[in-house]
Write a new protein. Structure first.
Length: 148
């Protein structure tokens, strides 16, 4: 069980595991909606202030390590604005349609691609943006980090 948990966290196959079946930590649920209830008042106030006057913007809590080398760590609260046009180097929220569903990922925009910034080589694979099946749905405008 310990080896399995380490394998799931790191994305590296454990002894006796099929290399093609190794879990990828960077591609699990990458971010979840921010819930203010139970959070520190300072963070809740900061998020509320950043969202004030922008009814279209929303807050997400990063769960993956796909952007760790870009300074976005698990637990950070990202303010995503769907009305901001992406520029090269921006952290963006993108949807990648594959088959019958779409996957939402957070990556760095480098026209015409998005790329991760992680120690995990599977997270840095460029994905081409075509505007239909692979599209940007928002730009990270602000970041709130927990102290420590």
């Amino acid at each position: 069980l310990t080896v399995q948990r380490i394998s799931e966290y790191t994305g590296i196959a454990g002894p006796g595991a099929d290399e093609g079946q190794a879990p990828m930590r960077s591609f699990r649920e990458e971010a979840v909606p921010y819930v203010a209830e139970g959070d520190a008042p300072a963070r809740t106030g900061a998020v509320a202030a950043l969202l004030a006057g922008r009814p279209h913007a929303y807050a997400m809590v990063m769960q993956s390590t796909a952007l760790e080398l870009a300074g976005v760590r698990p637990g950070d609260i990202m303010i995503i604005d769907p009305l901001v046009a992406p520029a090269d180097g921006d952290v963006v929220c993108a949807q990648l349609e594959e088959g019958m569903g779409a996957t939402t990922v957070y990556r760095i925009f480098q026209m015409p691609n998005i790329v991760g910034a992680s120690f995990d080589p599977r997270a840095v694979r460029p994905e081409s943006i075509n505007g239909t099946t692979r599209r940007i749905v928002g730009v990270m405008t602000d970041l709130v980090r927990r102290r420590g």
